[in-house]
Design a binder for this molecule. Structure first.
Ligand code: SF4
Ligand code: MSK
Length: 674
């Protein structure tokens, strides 16, 4: 009987425990009052599998699943556990980890391929709706793809025709996914010593697809059974993501849609408007959302919205499609990954348009309880529920598709059935940073490099640089680790580069404004931010834009005075609330590029201590970077700070933290020893 009663009491989330954000708490309560379950309730009702969490369940053949629990009687360093075929805990955890890298690299890189295909249509002039918006960026990436920008005509050097350059860039870029020989062309953008390290260790990716396919082969039953060799392939595939698919996606998006520069916007559910048609765009690919941004600004669509009783059209974004259109157009952020259901629960969303990645299937069930039209747009990402509308997007008639979607949302405005409840919380933000804008703001006036940033790191006003990125995870309090870690870092004079849902969390918290510096930063970082007029947390965009962090780090190395490699820099990486396989691929390409990288929440290899030690200690001897795990946000930030201080010491600039300003002779000495 007691059991029966227990069954009937549905376990739901405590809104205050579930999130630090008041708007999120309010919407969780509303959902519960309406009897609609959200991810927060499902996380309360369903606990994760302990063995799976630790990476020691193998289901790579039908003799399994083989589960290898790390019980008290297992000696972690002399591990006798094995599956039916004899696969050890190390092999099983390494194979599972590698498959996460493969899935993550595939997701980023397939996104990149789609962008490259659209770019090819532009170069061939098969579409009128997209153009080359940033020819300067096109010219800057062309040499990295071995595309000439000048030609010799009659003994004279002349600028090459832009259309010809675009076409050759498109061909060379697309070839990176499947060329039969050679290595990825962008690898040479890395600092020379890093490239040489990769070469020496035999991990230069050959082409993007091949490295991902090879992980799937090697992790098939009975193939690669040496965890170190499996990790080697993880390195190859993740480098093919960070320095390949993701970097190409970012570059070609910049060429077609414009390179981001700082702009002002807002963030959180409070950006939705009662008297406007609200369209929320969610996912990762900006190809369609760029068109929707253009469509909602047409007089035709604005007039149509007014004819239906709305005052206008409000666009907002969730996840990384949001970050893409924020960075280039200032479209406000509606929320992070964990707020996707909550946006619909406001009752104010007339259409939610989704593309690929991080989209909950439960959106369809939530949309059913409201008037919201849920529209899938990508051929590879559909939903089985029958209330979901599929409008397949095609770049050849992109504007027509976008207008059709916007019109559908406008027509739905008058159908709002339930009372609309929009939380009032929203924060101002300055976003739109990138390698180019950091160079402009923190570069040398004459040298046009990262000289000023380096100078401030050397003189100790800026203690170091942190890349804090990644998702939300319903197994931990929404945004708490993101915000605690970032605040602890900037309090300690560490400038933060952010992307993904960390960027959205920081925006919601108001950390993306220059004024934040006076409130939360240590004195050195505060002084720099106030002098230059930048926030202490710089939003660099979406998940694929983590490639911007790699290039920013490379620029810092090039500017001089801080060593010869990314691994020499006083820098660290973090994903406090990660959940996605993409995060593992990102983490691994950061580690393989020389960055100390800490993850929170949980780590998917904890059931195989020998293998984990390899990731957490031994990799550093090969690439200069290593993995770490720390769920406590303050300890997490302190580990990053300790690493940054260690690097300052190795560079001989630890004393400069006492605000001793270096004169030119000191600087030269440092540069000479680096
Ligand atoms: Fe078990 Fe080996 Fe099959 Fe994995 S591959 S399920 S460890 S028998
Ligand atoms: S959206 S991958 S939850 S960052 Fe890029 Fe956020 Fe993570 Fe998706």
């Amino acid at each position: 009987m007691a059991e029966e009663i227990k069954e009937k009491v549905k376990k739901v989330a405590d809104p205050i425990e579930a999130s630090i954000d008041a708007a999120t708490q309010q919407m969780i309560k509303r959902a519960q009052a309406l009897g609609i379950d959200t991810v927060f309730d499902r996380a309360a009702a369903m606990k994760p599998c302990n063995i799976g969490t630790q990476g020691i369940c193998c289901k790579n053949c039908a003799m399994g699943p083989c589960r290898l629990p790390l019980t008290k009687d297992v000696d972690p360093m002399d591990d006798k556990r094995k599956g039916l075929c004899g696969a050890t805990a190390n092999t099983i955890a390494a194979r599972n980890f590698a498959r996460m890298v493969a899935a993550g690299a595939a997701a980023h890189s397939d996104h990149g391929r789609c962008v490259a295909e659209v770019f090819m249509s532009v170069a061939r002039k098969e579409t009128q709706d997209y153009k080359i918006k940033d020819p300067v960026k096109l010219l800057s990436i062309a040499p990295h793809l071995n595309v000439a920008t000048k030609v010799e005509v009659g003994g004279e050097t002349k600028d090459r025709d832009m259309d010809e350059i675009a076409l050759e860039v498109a061909e060379k870029a697309l070839a990176e996914w499947g060329k039969p020989e050679g290595e990825l062309l962008y690898l040479k953008r890395a600092p020379e010593s890093l490239y040489e390290k990769w070469k020496k260790n035999g991990v230069l990716p050959r082409n993007i697809d091949r490295e991902i396919v090879e992980i799937m082969h090697r992790t098939h039953m009975g193939v690669d059974q040496d965890y170190k060799n499996i990790v080697k392939q993880c390195t190859r595939a993740s480098l093919a993501d960070g320095w390949g698919g993701s970097m190409l996606a970012t570059d070609l998006q910049d060429v077609m849609f414009g390179t981001p520069y700082p702009l002002q916007s807002e963030a959180n559910l409070g950006i939705l408007k009662t008297d406007h048609v609200n369209i929320v765009i969610h996912g990762h690919e900006p190809v369609l959302s760029e068109m929707i941004v253009a469509a909602v600004q047409t007089k035709e669509m604005v007039d149509y919205a007014k004819s239906k009783g709305a005052k206008g059209i409000q666009l907002g974004g969730i996840c990384c499609t949001a970050n893409e259109i924020l960075q280039r157009h200032g479209v406000p952020l509606c929320g992070t990954f964990l707020q996707q259901e909550l946006a619909i629960i406001t009752g104010a969303v007339d259409a939610m348009v989704v593309d690929i990645q991080c989209i909950f299937q439960n959106l369809a069930n939530v949309a059913k309880c409201f008037h919201t039209k849920l529209i899938t747009t990508h051929p590879i990402a559909r939903m089985e529920q029958n209330n979901v509308i599929h409008i397949e997007f095609d770049e050849h008639h992109a504007m027509d598709d976008a207008k059709r979607i916007v019109k559908m949302a406008i027509d739905n405005f008058q159908n709002r059935s339930k009372e609309v409840m929009i939380p009032k919380q929203k924060a101002v933000q300055i976003a739109g940073f990138g390698v180019e804008s950091i160079e402009y703001h923190l570069g040398g006036t004459f040298r046009g490099t990262f000289y000023t940033l380096n100078d401030n790191i050397i003189n100790g006003r800026i203690r170091g640089v942190a890349g804090v990125v990644g998702c939300n995870n319903a197994r931990t309090r929404h945004n708490e680790s993101h915000i605690t870690i970032v605040k602890e870092l900037i309090k300690n004079d560490i400038i933060v580069l952010t992307t993904g849902c960390n960027g959205i969390a920081c925006a919601m918290e108001g950390l993306l404004t220059p004024e934040t510096a006076a409130v939360f930063c240590g004195p050195g970082l505060k002084e720099v931010c106030e002098t230059v007029g930048i926030p202490p947390v710089l939003h660099l965009g979406s998940c694929v834009d983590n490639s911007r962090i790699l290039l920013a780090a490379t620029e810092v190395v090039k500017a001089g005075g801080l060593g010869k490699d990314i691994s020499d820099l006083p820098a660290a990486g973090s994903a406090p609330e990660w959940m996605s396989e993409k995060a593992i691929s990102i983490g691994h390409y950061f580690v393989s590029s020389g960055v100390y990288t800490v993850f929170g929440v949980t780590f998917p290899t904890s059931g195989a201590p020998v293998f984990e030690k390899y990731l957490f200690e031994d990799l550093e001897k090969i690439y200069g970077g290593k993995w770490d795990f720390e769920p406590d946000p303050i300890k997490h930030a302190r580990k990053m700070i300790a690493h940054i201080d260690k690097k300052r010491k190795e560079l001989g600039i630890d004393k400069a933290r006492d605000r001793v300003l270096l004169d030119m002779a000191d600087r030269q000495k440092l540069e000479a020893t680096a």
